[in-house]
Design a protein around this ligand. Structure first.
Ligand SMILES: Nc1ncnc2c1ncn2[C@@H]1O[C@H](COP(=O)(O)OP(=O)(O)OP(=O)(O)O)[C@@H](O)[C@H]1O
Ligand SMILES: [Mg+2]
Length: 262
């Protein structure tokens, strides 16, 4: 299998049977043609992606990355290097300034409204600060996602317990977030992210507020989810965790992406 390192490049990405993209010097008309389609098992593809925020802040520059179905990828890098921006582009919370982002064969630049919402349902997202609803129980926090999608009550009940079991919280189903430890709250947020069985899970500094033991527990759950086929992309500052986990790593530095040697 090709390594993530092979799939990363700072030069023009190429795909079988597809002509290379025009260079920066090519005419504007050529640069606006549709981006080449990624290979079939590529679930996330960034091609020459740059992101400049409206205030002029350059967050990402010429990022190329391909993630295959079933990969587990760590994205590391110092504060302000563009990690959260990268994930935001993948779930459509931000749009690229230049280049293209293709997720599950859909070019995010072309998605609006309903079609964007439908794609987002197929992407689980976990944040450093959990983002749980305070006055709802663990079960309600997790069920809310399905309820909002119009899933029937019976089906919600059917999915809830196995999902809570997956993150080891079946005994906390009726607790409120403020009755849980930080590690437990993060596990609720993972349950919420996966209850609709998305093929991709994005986690932005999921261990940022946790001690070493809880951090490792969270990574073990992400590994377990990856072992059942979910593609996982995790940003982290924690070099130790990355070394222990033994998964491919890329690093952002000043908005540029580099492969990391093990
Ligand atoms: N909404 C925004 N508007 C303007 N600039 C932003 C915005 N969000 C991020 N930035 C800038 O983009 C750059 C990358 O930010 P980003 O949040 O992606 O970094 P990060 O690697 O996730 O950092 P951290 O490790 O601190 O979370 C930074 O210079 C930041 O100030
Ligand atoms: Mg961040």
């Amino acid at each position: 299998m090709t390594s993530v390192r092979d799939r990363l490049s700072t030069h023009q990405p190429t795909f079988p049977g597809v002509a290379p993209r025009p260079t920066a010097a090519a005419p504007v008309a050529a640069a606006t043609t549709a981006p080449p389609k990624p290979a079939a098992d590529v679930i996330v593809s960034l091609q020459q992606v740059s992101k400049i925020y409206p205030n002029g802040s350059h967050a990402l520059a010429d990022v190329n990355l391909q993630v295959r179905r079933g990969d587990f990828l760590f994205v590391t890098g110092p504060s302000g290097s563009g990690k959260s921006t990268l994930l935001k582009l993948l779930y459509g919370a931000e749009r690229v300034t230049k280049g293209s982002v293709i997720v599950q064969n859909q070019n995010l630049a072309e998605l609006r409204g309903n079609r964007l919402s439908l794609l987002r349902r197929r992407i689980g997202v976990v944040f450093q600060d959990y983002k749980l609803i305070p006055r709802r129980t663990v079960s309600e926090n997790v069920a809310f996602v399905l309820w909002a999608q119009g899933v029937a009550r019976k089906e919600i009940q059917r999915r809830l317990i196995p999902t809570l079991k997956m993150v080891g919280l079946q005994d906390k189903a009726h607790c409120f977030p403020d009755e849980l430890s930080g590690g437990e709250q993060q596990r609720v947020s993972i349950a919420r992210a996966i209850v609709s069985t998305p093929p991709i899970l994005l986690a932005d500094e999921p261990t940022g507020n946790l001690d070493a033991e809880n951090s490792w527990q969270v990574i073990k759950i992400l590994k377990k989810l990856n072992s059942i086929g979910i593609t996982v992309i995790v940003t982290t500052h924690d070099e130790h965790l990355v070394r222990m986990s033994n998964h491919p790593v890329v690093q952002l530095r000043n908005g540029r992406l580099f492969p990391v040697k093990h």
